[in-house]
Design a protein around this ligand. Structure first.
Ligand code: PMP
Length: 327
């Protein structure tokens, strides 16, 4: 049993066996329950790793403000730990993310700045806006999760070893989507060091350029996605360290059908990136894996973080996304 402050209960998350998918495919499909983290997502790990490194390097001191551009979860992770350690937070987010994230950030006492979504090259992008704010404010620290390798490091030191221990080294494949690349880079590097045969697959939403980057070396994208926190159009320092064998695209319809399937058949309320990850695991198991293979992914956050969208039939209709039976 873990005891301590909020900082002490980041990580060491359970690994749930997704029984319905395991049964259909004859493989063992597992998800790291990252919504068990105190701020409700995998990004608590990154937030803690970045804060501890910045404190150790003397870049973050008592009375400082942490500034970050984020789709939301890293902001929530930073604000969670900042509340415990007495820092202020300024969080810059695109204004099209789920309202649940803004509400949580507000409750945690973060200063929230919403910007219009735009391409990365535009200086008004949330990433550049956060950098500019940090540059213009005294005593501030820019977390920079995309380029800061403390992000990679926390997954290399914690998430990867946890998966190894929880599967007793039986893991055969690791499949996940990418926001910064921290998770896939840290976990793939760790697992392949111990077992080079572990298959690592990127699962990418439409609208992201990573799938084409893995396949052709060029960032190209088609379509768009209602998933949040995943999909990018550039090479980050964190993703650069990822050891990826191949890549697949997952559509919103496949993702949302999986999200509803998991709720109904497994009692699992997973967020959009987690549903996308599990769709890719399911497909991999059906197409490539031999019976009994152990396939692992991360369940980055919970459906409850998006309930105003994913459990809202008007929203799904607007997006022309139908919930279909998996089989
Ligand atoms: N899932 C969720 C819910 C996220 O918020 C994020 C990060 N924004 C990811 C997955 C992607 O993780 P990473 O940044 O480590 O690539």
């Amino acid at each position: 049993m873990r005891t301590g402050s909020v900082v002490d209960i980041v990580g060491n998350t359970p690994l749930v066996k997704v029984e319905s998918l395991s049964k259909i495919t004859g493989c063992e499909i597992y998800g790291k329950v990252e919504y068990a983290n105190p701020g409700g997502s995998i990004k608590d790990r990154t937030a803690l790793g970045i804060i501890l490194k910045a404190e150790a390097d003397g870049l973050l001191k008592p009375g400082y403000t942490i500034v970050e551009g984020t789709a939301g979860n890293t902001g929530i992770g930073l604000a969670t730990i900042a509340a415990q350690r007495g820092y202020q937070c300024v969080i810059v987010m695109p204004n099209n993310q789920s309202q649940e994230k803004y509400q949580v950030l507000d409750a945690l006492g973060a200063e929230l700045i919403k910007v219009d979504p735009c391409p990365f090259a535009n200086q008004n992008h949330f990433y550049h806006t956060a950098r500019q704010i940090a540059e213009s404010r005294a005593n501030s620290f820019w977390a920079n999760q995309f380029e800061n390798l403390a992000n990679f490091q926390c997954h290399y030191e914690n998430t990867g070893p946890e998966i190894w221990r929880q599967t007793q080294g039986q893991v055969d494949a690791f499949i996940c989507s990418v926001g910064t690349g921290g998770t896939i880079a840290g976990v793939s590097t760790y697992l392949k060091e111990l077992k080079p045969a572990v298959h690592v697959r990127l699962a990418d939403p439409y609208g992201s350029g990573l799938h084409s980057y893995v396949e052709t070396g060029k960032f190209e994208s088609t379509g768009s996605s209602m998933t949040e926190g995943i999909g990018i159009m550039r090479l980050t320092e964190n993703f650069r360290k990822a050891q990826v064998d191949d890549s697949v695209r997952v559509s919103d319809e496949q993702m949302i059908s999986m999200l509803y399937h998991l709720a109904k058949h497994d009692g699992l309320l997973v967020g959009t990136s987690a549903a996308l990850n599990l769709y890719a695991c399911y497909e991999y198991a059906l197409q490539n894996a031999k019976m009994g293979r152990c396939i692992v992914t991360v369940l980055g956050d919970s459906a409850l973080r998006y309930q105003s969208k994913v459990f809202n039939s008007h929203f799904l209709n607007e997006k022309s996304v139908a919930v279909k039976p998996l089989l």
